[in-house]
Design a protein around this ligand. Structure first.
Ligand code: ZN
Ligand code: ZN
Ligand code: ZN
Length: 292
């Protein structure tokens, strides 16, 4: 008959009754298991390490180019980097609601962090790799699992670094052809917009595109511009913080001559096709802090 061991008396790595236990900040482990982990680490193949976190790959995904990464690392990477990576979300979604914890890989659009190949919407879960790694490194994998379960929510107080959700996208409507005409390009009305989860830190949003003649600097929300075109064209969108704040991102640029990284830029390509022609939207999670 199996005895039921209380969870507190179980080793986080072997899940058996603790033997000669040592305490870690993610649970108690047998000393013997901890030593076994060190042996696994020594024998670990470099291909089994994540390019982004440099730990054993965990809860893996595969890019279209075949590179494997931890899912959480890939999501963080895609959401925190402009301008090529993003989370594609429904054009009607609101930056402050359910987007806080995206989990749907289907919408992840990012260049591969390993080879920079633009894999588009090619990220898929890779359960076979998880099984392989679990068999190859049972103790280290169990440790990754335990750490993930004990993961603290993002530290808000970290040098005052905060997070903002930024959505950039466009809506679209095709104009009907003039009566009697069946040929020639149709005209398309479009609106490009930027939505943010925190308006109080934003100075304004600058939109520019070929043919517009001048730049459009919108200082009040809603941050958007409207025009029409025959074909989709690229629109540059810069989100600029008030002078008290700076972006914490390698993708941020100086704004004016104050030398502070107060603007992030994205190249948005108008989308006339997605969501039955309604438009498209990308989502980023970006870090910022108060200037000291
Ligand atoms: Zn153990
Ligand atoms: Zn990783
Ligand atoms: Zn790749």
């Amino acid at each position: 008959m199996e005895e039921l061991i209380p969870e507190d008396d179980c080793c986080t790595l072997c899940h058996l009754l603790l033997f000669d236990p040592i305490k870690t900040n993610w649970g108690q482990v047998c000393k013997f298991c901890q030593l076994g982990k060190n042996d696994e680490m020594k024998a670990m193949h470099k291909d089994d390490l994540c390019t982004l976190c440099h730990q054993l790959l965990y809860d893996t995904i595969k890019t279209r180019c075949g590179h494997v990464l931890c899912k959480s690392c890939m999501v963080d990477y895609a959401m925190g980097s402009l301008p090529n990576a993003m989370y594609a979300v429904h054009v009607d979604a609101n930056p402050s609601d359910q987007l806080q914890s995206p989990g749907n890989l289907k919408y992840l659009v990012a260049p591969c962090p390993v080879c920079d190949n633009n894999n588009g919407e090619g990220v898929v879960p890779s359960p076979e790799k998880c099984t392989e790694l679990r068999n190859k490194y049972p103790i280290t994998y169990a440790e990754r699992e335990a750490k993930a379960a004990h993961a603290e929510p993002e530290p808000g107080g970290d040098e005052g670094v905060q997070t903002i959700t930024l959505c950039i996208g466009n809506t679209h409507q095709a104009r009907p052809r003039p009566e009697g005409s069946t040929k020639g390009d149709r005209l398309h009305d479009w609106v490009v917009f930027a939505k943010v989860s925190r308006n109080d830190i934003i100075l304004g949003v600058r939109f520019s595109y070929r043919g517009s003649g001048s730049e459009n600097f919108v200082m009040e929300k809603p941050y958007k511009i409207a025009d029409y075109a025959k074909r989709p064209l690229p629109v540059k969108v810069s989100v600029i913080l008030k002078s008290r704040y700076i972006w914490v991102s390698e993708h941020a640029d100086n704004y004016s001559r104050d030398g502070d990284k107060r603007q992030v830029k994205a190249d948005w390509k108008l989308d006339f096709e997605s969501h039955n022609g309604k438009g498209a939207m990308g989502l980023w999670r970006l870090k910022f802090k108060r200037r000291v």
